[in-house]
Design a protein around this ligand. Structure first.
Ligand SMILES: [Zn+2]
Length: 448
């Protein structure tokens, strides 16, 4: 890993002050705790699995340093811990009985639970990662299900993060594969940001862009080695995931790490795809299939010469706000529908605004197409990379029927206000025909 890169990100991060990645890093846990929390007492929070993998050792190290410790809080190991608000309430009740600083020993879900519970007790916390499974360790906010609906709840990122490579390489391979897919999703996320920038919807911050995009190909270049348990490939992966989280902190938005591939994933997530599997279908696996889907769509769009758009014809058929709302209501069911209406209306553009945007697109298309081609990786190549890392790569692999999958292309556009390739395709009136091409007998998904 590159300390310079991490240090550069930490300089501008709002919550996280220290990151330690390395083989045998667990041995530094007491020292890092002290640097960040002085002489405050600590409480280890884990589940039965992560307690065994690293929690017990963290406890031993902290005890050995003479630190005052509260009895550890350990969630059951089975069934798989779920990011349900009830779990936050339980943990918060326990935390309220003392003033100790929580040390979350676990991966995504456990980290999210501790992140939010600590925030509700107005306390900072530390994370000891047990799997390179997603980029949420150093991100603000926690993905929590409350009243049956998954939402991102506000809360700061951990003050300190420690990742021991010896622990990470021994994590279940599917968790590593999930993290790889989440990281590889930054390719299409970056392309979406390039579009938003070119159309003056959302400017790229060059500093934040560099944190994730400059080393991205290096981080994601060794999927087979990663799957084989190689430590240096793991080092790259965890660095990439932690840097992605830090970039979101610096930018105060998930834009640097999440684009239309995540909209695919979020839609499937909200509709409960793979929820009842044991273990449940991971975030990263959905992002991986989303990334291939979006890369394939990009290929159809880059084939076209958008500098020849007929702007007047498009604007004449452009729907009114109430027609957009009707279409969203028709495409979605509860509990997604109300939120989708809100998000779609938030990014509604009237015909005049659209005319201006499309004029910009026409003018900038040759240069934009060039930038996008440089940024993107071919869908076929993405699939090979994900397969090498042990990830699912087709809709049927994740339990999705072809019609449901096909409909995702238009439905995912509606669930978030973030401007992506899905919006560009819709606004240029080519989304439908591009999707048809993808599913035609000689199209990408038929070949796949
Ligand atoms: Zn993600």
């Amino acid at each position: 890993m590159s300390y310079e890169r991490i240090e550069a990100a930490l300089r501008d991060a709002t919550d996280t002050r220290s990151v330690k990645i390395g083989a045998g890093a667990l041995a530094s846990v007491a020292e890092i705790f002290e640097q960040n929390f002085g002489d405050q007492p600590a409480v280890v929070v884990a589940d039965e699995n992560t307690w065994e993998v690293a929690g017990e050792e963290v406890q031993r190290q902290l005890e050995g340093s003479g630190r005052k410790l509260i009895e550890p809080y350990i969630f059951p190991g089975h069934p798989t811990l779920y990011a349900e608000y009830l779990n936050i309430e339980k943990l918060r009740e326990s935390l309220e009985a003392h003033h100790a600083i929580p040390v979350a020993v676990g991966s995504g879900t456990l980290n999210d639970i501790v992140k939010r519970a600590s925030f509700e007790c107005e306390r900072p916390y530390m994370n000891v990662s047990t799997a390179a499974s997603m980029d949420g360790y150093t991100a603000f906010g926690a993905a929590i299900t409350k009243d049956g609906f998954k939402r991102t709840m506000t809360c700061p990122a951990p003050r300190a993060v420690l990742a021991d490579l010896d622990v990470l390489v021994n994590a279940p391979r599917r968790m590593t594969a999930s993290g790889y897919a989440d990281l590889l999703g930054k390719i299409t996320a970056g392309a979406d940001w390039i579009i938003a920038d070119a159309l003056e919807v959302e400017k790229i911050s060059p500093k934040v862009w560099s944190l994730v995009q400059d080393p991205l190909r290096e981080w994601t270049g060794k999927p087979a080695e990663l799957q084989a348990g190689d430590q240096s490939a793991m080092d790259s992966l965890i660095e990439g995931l932690i840097m992605s989280g830090l970039a979101m902190q610096v930018h105060q938005s998930s834009r640097p790490a999440s684009g239309s591939e995540h909209q695919f994933s979020h839609l499937w997530e909200m509709e409960g795809l793979g929820h009842d599997d044991d273990p449940p279908l991971s975030h990263g696996f959905k992002v991986g299939v989303g990334s291939i889907s979006i890369a394939a769509l990009y290929e159809r769009i880059l084939q076209r010469d958008l500098s020849k758009l007929n702007i007047e014809a498009i604007c004449q058929n452009w729907p009114e706000q109430k027609e957009v709302e009707q279409a969203v209501r028709k495409a979605h069911r509860p509990p997604v529908v109300e939120n989708a209406v809100k998000e779609s209306l938030a990014k509604y553009t009237d015909a005049d605004q659209l005319r201006q945007r499309l004029a910009l697109l026409k003018e900038r298309w040759p240069e934009l197409r060039e930038r996008l081609s440089t940024q993107l990786i071919a869908a076929d190549k993405l699939r090979t990379m994900l397969q090498a890392a042990g990830c699912p790569t087709s809709p049927s692999d994740i339990g999705l029927s072809l019609p449901e999958f096909k409909a995702t292309y238009s439905r995912a556009q509606m669930i978030r206000r973030r401007y992506t390739i899905l919006d560009l395709a819709r606004e240029t009136d080519i989304l439908e025909e591009c999707v048809e091409e993808l599913f035609a007998p000689d199209g990408f998904w038929a070949r796949a």
